[in-house]
Write a protein that binds this ligand. Structure first.
Ligand code: IVH
Length: 699
């Protein structure tokens, strides 16, 4: 086994290179071991490599790689666990960061439900900082347990979850539904975390950065015996699929979960109104240091389950719950440099390169500086001591400069006037459609700018887009620089090109297994959901939510692409159709027209399309009285808000539009309806009162 010298002798560049080598070598050993079940090295040699990796990382903590073997401590890669489709998706929560946000949540709920002055009851539960799991019980018996995964499909970790004492194998008591997915958080207490890390240090293994990483690593062990040795714990707080209702409120549901043998956080409280929300937050903030486990906020949930149902969901999070997060953690460090990064739309962002510092358990080396104005406003200078903060998964930020610590001679930062790309195109200050200058500066190089092209590709392969594992930033950049990948379609062409694959196999630190994995990862994404495809195109203003709305609106790829060609030609009917989709406005239409108006883009999309199988969007309901009908609400509604009416109609498969046209099927008109009602009458459309509408949908 090549061992390139004593760890103590390595300088920084040599250490970085050695860590890269070890990551590759260990990854290929792991693969042989776990996937092919044929170890390629002895356990002793494998352990020696791991120790060497850990020793180098201990000397150079800032060089720890994203794919470091130490971060995986035996954790099996995801393809080792069978996929499990959740009966009901595992969603995420919207965040609230202030008292105002919390009060606004209460106000929003009351507005949506039209409650006027009625006081709403909520549960306020600790937001446990672990990883969520879903446990499927049939007739009271645990039959399957899964991680969250992407929310729809998780990993089957049943054997590992069974080792957790707080997860009942058989439900106690009575009253459980025949089928229920119990949801909750797997976590590790502070004392157990400290003990685990102490033991790891003893045996020369790398310590985990925080209890959450440790819980995640422990749950995702190939060998359940290892998981069993980790003192994991579990709090139940929610449910997914149920064969029948079992409670009328979140509070009663928590009590039911407890009666069936689950642990439920004892700090959960039932509170009333906005003041109740604020009290609960203050109470938990005070209790936090003494809890013995990590929490990162409070989850507020509307208590009444019938109200939860009415409130429903927005995209991927419920309207009936919100996570109130604790403030970000902060630390001081030195600003070593300011680099200018070019985004996929050409917008440039200054990035602070920091002396590595641990903030809230994570090493931070970069922070965003947003824009030139922000640098000037904060008067950030190279060499300054700065306060950095990090909250959740957001990009770390520089809060302020510690002026007392400014070194003599530190000069104000001079913002570059040209893109750092090889073309050196001038940066233009962006103006709004109304001609007002914004803080955004853009490289005007567009597709000639290699920096923009690579950013497009990074977005394309990113987790929420095509999610191509194994084609990380480093690999993608290398392939781009070598001319192997210039546009998205090239990714799929690459793995069919035997000549290229053969040269890749010959590469240092690459080889047969890496090529096989890359190929499998790419092939796995040749079939893709329409909303992901749309999101991945990187059209400005089209985020995940809008992509989903657009996908559902058009239904399939052909209809979407045909419509986009017409939008590009500024066909009024096509533009109106797009405009009618919920959450799609002028900015999206303009961006879509600009994107598809570019020949270059049309060619790129067509080439990509021909490489893929694009799945139709989730079909709206077809078995309801209003399925497939286009509905317009006008005038004021008395029994529900406009938002609720819209959400309800959409959940029943109707399309809700804001404009009346001959394509409209039903107009629901309340008091005060004006021109839309008139148009409806002229077109001879069905016009219903709110009562008639409610009767039609069976509400
Ligand atoms: S309820 C529909 N309750 O927070 C949302 N989540 O950001 C159902 N979490 O993925 C989740 N403590 O991992 C809920 N008391 C609690 C929670 C909690 C922690 C986590 C959970 C979820 C994430 C959402």
């Amino acid at each position: 086994m090549p061992d390139t010298g004593a760890v103590e002798m390595l300088d920084e560049p040599a250490a970085a290179a050695e860590l890269a080598r070890l990551a590759d070598v260990l990854a290929s050993h792991d693969l042989r071991y776990y996937q092919d079940q044929s170890p390629s090295v002895s356990d002793a040699d494998y352990d020696a490599l791991k120790r060497r990796n850990a020793a180098i990382e201990a000397r150079f903590p800032h060089l720890v790689r994203d794919n470091s073997p130490s971060l995986r401590v035996g954790a099996r890669r995801s393809e080792s666990f069978a996929p499990v489709a959740h009966g009901v998706p595992m969603l995420s929560l919207d965040n609230a960061f202030s008292d105002e946000d919390a009060a606004e949540f209460d106000a929003r709920v009351r507005r949506f439900l039209r409650l006027g002055d009625e006081v709403v009851a909520y549960t306020a539960e600790p937001k446990i900082d672990g990883l969520s799991a879903s446990l499927r019980y049939e007739n009271g018996v645990l039959i399957q347990g899964a991680t969250r995964g992407d929310g729809r499909v998780g990993e089957d970790v049943t054997a590992n979850l069974r080792t957790i004492p707080e997860i009942p194998h058989r439900l106690a008591g009575t009253g459980w539904p025949e089928v229920i997915e119990v949801r909750g958080e797997v976590y590790l207490g502070h004392a157990e975390f400290a003990a685990l890390n102490a033991a790891a240090e003893q045996s020369g293994d790398k310590a985990y950065a925080n209890p959450r990483n440790a819980a995640s690593g422990s749950l995702r062990q190939i060998d359940p015996a290892i998981t069993a040795g980790r003192p994991l714990r579990f709090f139940a707080y929610a449910w997914g699929l149920i064969s029948e209702p079992f409670a009328e409120s979140q509070w009663d549901a928590l009590a039911a979960l407890r009666s069936w043998g689950f642990s439920v956080t004892p700090q959960a409280r039932r509170v009333e109104g906005a003041t109740g929300l604020l009290d609960a937050y203050a109470g938990l903030e005070a209790a936090r240091p003494g809890l013995g486990f990590d929490i990162d906020g409070v989850v507020y949930k509307v208590d009444r389950l019938d109200w939860q149902t009415r409130l429903g969901f927005v995209s991927r999070s419920p309207r009936w719950a919100v996570a109130r997060k604790f403030p970000a953690e902060r630390a001081r460090t030195i600003l070593e440099a300011i680099d200018i990064q070019v985004g996929r739309t050409g917008a440039v962002t200054p990035v602070a390169r920091l002396r590595p510092v641990t903030v809230g358990g994570v090493v931070v080396e970069n922070a965003t500086l947003h824009n030139a104005d922000e640098i000037a406003r904060k008067d950030v200078r190279i060499g300054d001591t700065v306060v950095v903060q990090r909250a959740g998964d957001v990009i770390p930020q520089i809060v302020e400069v510690v002026l007392e610590a400014r070194p003599a001679g530190a000069e104000p930062f001079v913002y570059p006037t040209h893109c750092p790309c090889p073309l050196r195109t001038p940066l233009a200050r962006e103006t709004t459609t109304a001609g007002v200058e914004t803080v955004v500066r853009r490289c005007t190089g567009e597709f000639a700018c290699p920096f923009q092209r690579i950013e497009h590709l990074k977005h394309f392969v990113s987790r929420r887009a095509f999610d191509i594992e194994g084609l990380g930033e480093k690999q993608l950049t290398a392939f781009f620089d070598e001319g192997l990948i210039g546009e998205p379609a090239d990714i799929f062409r690459l793995v069919r090109n035997e000549t290229v694959l053969a040269t890749l196999r010959e590469r240092d630190g690459y080889g047969e297994t890496s090529v096989r994995n890359l190929r499998a990862a790419i092939e796995a994404r040749r079939t893709i959901a329409l909303d992901r495809f749309i999101f991945a195109l990187g059209i400005r203003h089209v985020g995940e939510t809008t992509a989903l709305v657009i996908a559902r609106g058009y239904g399939d790829a052909e209809s979407f692409l045909a419509a986009m060609d017409r939008v590009a030609d500024r066909d009024p009917e096509a533009m109106a159709e797009l405009d009618a989709f919920d959450q799609v406005g002028a900015a999206v239409i303009e961006a879509a027209a600009a994107y598809f108006g570019e020949d270059h883009n049309r060619r790129i999309v067509r080439a990509l399309r021909s490489e893929l199988t694009i799945l139709d969007a989730e079909k709206p309901k077809t078995d309801t009285a209003v399925a497939g009908k286009t509905v317009v609400f006008t005038g004021s509604l008395e029994r529900m808000t406009r938002d609720e009416a819209k959400a309800r109609a959409e959940s029943l498969g109707a399309k809700v539009s804001s404009a009346v046209s001959k394509k409209t099927d039903i107009v629901v008109a309340g008091p005060g309806a004006g021109s839309k009602l008139k148009t409806a009458a002229e077109l001879g459309l069905t016009v219903l009162t709110e009562e008639e509408w409610l009767a039609l949908i069976g509400a």
